[in-house]
Design a protein around this ligand. Structure first.
Ligand SMILES: *Cc1c(COP(=O)(O)O)cnc(C)c1O
Length: 396
């Protein structure tokens, strides 16, 4: 018999979310997630994917993925440590370390799972982790799983980080102390102050961990935020995802050989969850090859990002202080934000509303993710729809 307690819990909480306008209705994309998408038979300009370079639908990636299915099958067949390490996995890891300028790399099934795996493989209950208050959910969960003491510092506030690092070090309570940050913060598009973080890390002997999910493919001519600042020798963990700019799926840590050796024997998703499929890893390797050969896609994405930002700003929207192509359009209250997003949708633009608890209360926004795959025509069309809806709602 179904649990009455569970039913009651679910019904009450779902009702409350819906009443507060916080219940997320999931849209189903009919077909590929390209610059234009179809939802409920309606064609929309897509400004909500993380497919920065358009690689999710790239013909060159599709080709190698199909070949990999023919040569290696559809599944890896086992976890990495039994016999799910195929030659294509090793090749991908070699490619990632070359791309990142590190001695070695380890691939996981996703970025989320990578953070859960890597943080808890190194940190434990006798340690402390200094974590930026705006870090991604997967970092927060990875930290919690480690049982280390979590010391949150104010967002990109280097004085606060310095103070908390000093206190943690001087307390003598912890065996190891780590500082962990997003490279690029996904809601505002701002870049972590890595040079200052590295200085503080040196002063207090901190382990450094950068989650570069939104920086890889975007900054440092594609190699990421750490490369952008020339800090490849100063960051212990260069973590990233293969699902955003790389366009496929998976996560990784790049770092020194001894770190990667340790993660291969101690990170639980690597040991207990089946490895990435051959098609996925082969497509990822191809994507990184393309990024290393040419900055064409990277350059086009930046051009499109700058173009969209300039257009929205000229229309009078509040686009925050993004330093990357991530372009928030801040509306404010959750309900108004959702209404704005809904009107954009009706007019032909897909830009998802992001509200509390993903962003602080009162700072609801629609977030735009321009990509290399957008054309100027698409962006112009999107801008004219923004203008129409913005005027109609009295926002500009
Ligand atoms: C998206 C994201 C992840 C998760 O990556 P997936 O590969 O999608 O699981 C981790 N960290 C940050 C900062 C992200 O933005």
């Amino acid at each position: 018999m179904p649990s009455e307690t569970l039913n009651q819990f679910l019904d009450e909480n779902l009702k409350e979310l819906k009443e507060q306008g916080l219940y997320n209705e999931i849209n189903v994309v009919e077909g590929a997630n390209g610059p234009r998408i179809t939802i409920d038979g309606k064609e929309l300009i897509n400004l909500s994917s993380n497919n920065y370079l358009g690689l999710a639908t790239d013909e060159r990636l599709k080709e190698v993925a199909k070949d990999a299915v023919d040569s290696h099958g559809v599944g890896a067949g086992a976890v990495r440590t039994i016999n799910g390490t195929l030659d294509v996995h090793v090749k991908l890891e070699e490619k990632i370390s070359e791309f990142k300028g590190t001695e070695a790399a380890i691939a996981y099934q996703s970025g989320f799972n990578c953070n859960m795996a890597a943080i808890s493989a190194v940190m434990d209950k006798n340690d402390a982790i200094l974590s930026d208050e705006l870090n991604h959910a997967s970092i927060i969960d990875g930290c919690r799983l480690s049982k280390a003491k979590i010391l949150r510092y104010n967002h990109s506030d280097m004085e606060d980080l310095h103070q908390k690092a000093k206190e943690a070090k001087e307390s003598g309570q912890y065996n190891k102390i780590m500082v962990i940050t997003d490279g690029v913060f996904s809601m505002d598009g701002d870049i972590a102050k890595l040079p200052e973080i590295v200085e503080i890390a040196k002063e207090f002997d901190l382990i450094t961990y950068v989650d570069d999910a939104h920086g890889s493919g975007v900054l440092g001519k594609g190699a990421g935020t750490v490369k952008h600042f020339g800090l490849q020798n100063d960051i212990d963990f260069q973590m990233g995802t293969l699902s955003k700019a790389i366009g496929v799926v998976g996560g990784y840590v790049a770092g020194k050989q001894n770190l990667i050796d340790w993660l291969k024997v101690r990170s639980r998703p690597f040991l207990f969850s089946t490895s990435l499929s051959p098609a996925d890893v082969t497509a990822c390797t191809q994507a990184i090859d393309l990024l290393m050969e040419s900055t064409e896609l990277h350059d086009r994405m930046w051009e499109n990002g700058d173009y969209l930002k300039k257009g929205l700003k000229e229309l009078g929207f509040d686009i925050g202080d993004s330093e990357t192509p991530i372009t928030p359009c801040v509306i404010g209250e959750a309900k108004a934000t959702q209404e704005f997003s809904k009107r954009l949708y009706e007019e032909g633009v897909y830009a998802k509303a992001i509200v509390f608890p993903t962003v602080p209360k009162g700072s609801g926004r629609v977030r735009n993710m321009p990509t290399a795959a957008h054309t100027k025509d698409m962006l112009d069309e999107a801008l004219s729809i923004y203008e129409k809806v913005g005027k109609e709602m009295g926002l500009i």
